[in-house]
Design a protein around this ligand. Structure first.
Ligand code: SF4
Ligand code: SF4
Length: 384
């Protein structure tokens, strides 16, 4: 391959999906519907080479994710080799399988940051969402982390079922972390399939935003409180992945290099594999990374919009899922001709999920607006 982009920025972070195996089965998992098996996972040696290539390319941080990265039996060696390559090592984990000696070994190997995900503030909803009894283990891990020298972030994925538990979730973070992230579910993959039961109403979303703003003011200087709103309620889309092929690169368990988590749903894209090419070659020349870089691919209204370098026309996968065209303006944008499709989805949600009259963040009982529909969850399976 020849470098056709000499002025291209280098990626800041590499997202390493070490495996798609996971003991949990979350209904909003960001993994693709077609999960990769253990037999296809990259070896320790190949990952170690990728880490060295990433550092040489200018990558500063590696995010170990999955599936559940702790299911890799070589996870301690992988942390060690990423740290030896000079990368800041972030582990994004559900907290199992893990015990105290293994936690200590991870930290000794050079782990910089531990990101522990929670499904709810208590076990009943967490079990329903993940179809696994894992909440008690997460609380144990949180307790172990209090006496360890490692940065800790708690991640809460929030949606209609757990929005009423925001105070308890924040209290958990206040007791143990330096940063907490509340991310509303974004609707791709498994979450797209379960969307009707996860999307909050406008009123509940607004209450949650007020809650986060007050939390940020109260905890300023103590804990960083971050939140991500659901795209469907936005006026403009988010700059998905910081722009296609601009800041981030994701490697799947079998070694394919993707510009975002869901990119494989876009028909016609060819993804290069780290087993065949170096990261530098892929970053500069992969046709999949080139496809939606710059402005030349954009359609109106994005092509002539003064926000095109702020949000990069939004998310290509969302454009495909909602408009049927990955080059279309992200339909969540209020300027998109396809926005009525999103409004129709929200209108349907409101017709089955009436707004509770009292504040969801003040009441700690189960929310009054849980859907009473009969259709069951589509749970993410665990690949072989
Ligand atoms: S099933 Fe849940 S814990 Fe496992 S990778 Fe998906 S979101 Fe994370
Ligand atoms: S029209 Fe396109 S560039 Fe303009 S705000 Fe909407 S998505 Fe962004």
């Amino acid at each position: 391959m020849t470098n056709t982009n000499p002025a291209l920025n280098t990626p800041l972070a590499l997202i390493a999906e070490l495996t798609h195996r996971c003991p949990l089965h979350c209904v909003y998992c960001s993994n693709p519907l077609e999960l990769q098996s253990r037999a296809n996972e990259l070896s320790t040696d190949t990952w170690s080479r990728v880490f060295r290539e990433a550092a040489a390319l200018g990558v500063l941080q590696i995010d170990f994710t999955g599936g559940e990265p702790l299911t890799r039996t070589d996870i301690i060696g992988l942390v060690k080799s990423a740290r030896s390559a000079g990368l800041y090592v972030n582990l994004i984990t559900s907290g199992l399988p893990l015990d105290e000696p293994k936690l200590d070994a991870l930290i000794a190997a050079g782990l910089d940051h531990f990101q522990l995900s929670f499904q709810a503030a208590e076990s009943q909803i967490a079990t329903e969402i993940s179809n696994t009894k894992s909440h008690a283990q997460k609380l144990r891990v949180l307790d172990w982390l209090k006496s360890r020298r490692v940065a800790v972030t708690l991640n809460f994925v929030i949606h209609r079922l757990n929005l009423h538990q925001l105070p308890e979730m924040l209290a958990l973070a206040e007791s143990s972390a330096t940063r907490v992230e509340f991310a509303h579910v974004q609707y791709y993959g498994w979450a797209f399939a379960n969307r009707e039961r996860l999307l909050p109403t406008r009123a509940k979303l607004d209450e949650s935003l007020e809650f986060f703003q007050k939390a940020q003011q109260r905890l300023e200087g103590k804990i960083r409180v971050e939140y991500v709103v659901p795209d469907y309620y936005g006026k403009y889309p988010k700059p998905c992945m910081g722009g296609w092929g601009r800041k981030l690169m994701l490697i799947t368990p079998s070694g394919e290099a993707l510009p975002c988590h869901a990119a494989k749903i876009i028909p016609g894209l060819q993804f290069d594999n780290v087993k065949d090419c170096s990261l530098a070659e892929i970053w500069s020349n992969s046709s999949a990374f080139q496809k939606f870089r710059g402005h030349s691919w954009m359609l109106e209204p994005c092509k002539s919009c003064d926000r095109r370098d702020l949000d990069f026309a939004g998310c290509r996968c969302q454009a495909l899922l909602l408009a049927g065209d990955p080059a279309a303006t992200d339909p969540v944008c209020s300027l998109s001709p396809q926005r009525p499709k999103v409004d129709a989805i929200l209108a349907a949600i409101h017709s089955v999920a009436p707004t509770s009259p009292s504040s969801v963040v003040a009441q700690h009982a189960a929310p009054a607006d849980r859907p009473s529909d009969a259709h069951s969850w589509l749970y993410r399976p665990n690949p072989a």
